[in-house]
Structures are given as C-alpha cells and as structure tokens.
Design a protein around this ligand. Structure first.
Ligand code: DX5
Ligand code: ZN
Length: 219
C-alpha cells in the first residue's frame, strides 16, 4: 500500500502559514503534521492551541497532532476542540498511558503513541490493540532537520510483527529525517505514514516534492 504523506508544519514558513496550508490543500499531502513542544519534555518550544485553531481554519486535510509535552492529559480536549483529528502522545510522557489513550478515543480522535529512539517497541505489547497509530521517532524529538537514525528500520519491522501478533490495526508512522533516500526502505519495512518536514519545506517547491514522493512510493 502506498504510504500516507504528512508534511510537518514545523518546517513551514510561520510568517505565511495561511499560504503554506492553502498550497498543501491541493497537494499529495494526506495529513498535516503539527508538532507541539513544551520546553520540558523536549528542549524546544514550538506552537500550541491558538496556532492549531488558525491552521484548522484553512486546512483541507486532517491534522495529525504530535504532542511532545509532559502531562498531555490536561490538554487533550483543547487540542481536539482546536481541530486535531489525530492526537499522539509520547510513551515516555505518560504514566497512565492506557487512560490517556481511552480519553483521546472518547474525544473522537485517532489515538497514537510515539516512541523515542531508545524506547523498544515491545513495551507496547499490552496497549497495541487499543491504538490507532504508533509513531516511531527516527530522530530525538525536539528539532526538525536532524539525521535519520538507521536503527529505525529494524524497529519498524519489529513493530509490524508485534501489531500482527496483537491483532492491532494501528498505523505505523515514521517521524524525523525522512527523505526519498530512506522512504522506500521504510515502506518496505512496514511504514504506513511518513512525516517529512525539512525534506518537503526546504525544497524549492514543496508541492512538487510531495508529488514526487507520492509517485516514487506508489505501488
Ligand atoms: C521532531 C518533530 C518532527 C519534525 C520532523 O521533533 O516531531 O515532526 O518536524 O522534521 P524533519 O523531517 O525535518 O526531521
Ligand atoms: Zn512530529
């Protein structure tokens, strides 16, 4: 199956967000990836709820919210109300992950869990069946433009096996350092959703880059 493409707005021009979102509307992007950072869970601060509201006013695609924040349980309904279709929390940020996942689902959003590069996929064994999405971080979260960690490929394959064993239909999303150099291998290993920030927005024509990804990854 051809993967879903989710350009990360973290790499977009924040001074022209409306333009950026409107040009993505007619592109090969399936979701818009929205990175929220709190300066605590990750050593950086990005944007939050009011910016999501503004993005949502112009967006044509579902918004895939990636919460790189501590205690995400306090903000789930605010992100849903602001326009999140998917809400992904970090495994490492949730003591009561099962409860958080149920809360996200009760809000009517797709529920996702993200794993930092050092977090093994087997820790999802007892929650996998409840998940709609697993995001494997292929960089340490907090910044765009970092190099892809090659061990991710092994993790994707292991996660794929685990999801099959658990009877889970969760999508596998890869986030960080995705380019056309590694995208094919990721899809082959089992990735369903590719997030790409710099590769898309640092290119001269992001819409053309997404079209090229779509074309090269078509099966
Ligand atoms: C990193 C973010 C990513 C980031 C990806 O913490 O979660 O979504 O925007 O950017 P690139 O594709 O530039 O690595
Ligand atoms: Zn992200």
């Amino acid at each position: 199956m051809a993967p879903l493409l989710a350009p990360s707005l973290l790499a977009a021009d924040f001074g022209n967000l409306q333009f950026e979102i409107e040009r993505l509307a007619g592109s090969a992007a399936d979701w818009l990836h929205f990175d929220v950072m709190d300066g605590r869970f990750v050593p950086n601060i990005s944007f939050g709820i009011p910016v999501l509201q503004a993005v949502h006013r112009h967006a044509k695609q579902p918004i895939d919210v990636h919460l790189m924040i501590e205690e995400p349980q306090h903000y789930l309904s605010a992100f849903r109300d602001a326009g999140a279709a998917n809400i992904t929390v970090h495994y490492e940020a949730c003591t009561h992950l099962h409860r958080v996942i149920q809360q996200i689902k009760q809000l009517g959003c797709r529920a996702g869990v993200a794993l930092n590069p050092h977090t093994p996929v087997h820790l999802l064994e007892d929650i996998a069946a409840d998940l709609d999405l697993v995001c494997i971080m292929s960089v340490n979260p907090g910044f765009g433009g970092q190099a892809f960690i090659p061990n991710t490929l092994r993790k994707v394959a292991a996660l794929k096996d685990l999801l099959v064993d658990c009877g889970s239909e969760a999508l596998i999303e890869i986030d960080g350092g995705v380019t056309l150099d590694n995208a094919g291998a990721l899809v082959e290993a089992g990735a369903d959703v590719l997030v790409a920030g710099s590769f898309v927005f640092s290119s001269p024509d992001p819409v053309a880059t997404l079209a090229r990804m779509r074309e090269q990854l078509a099966t």
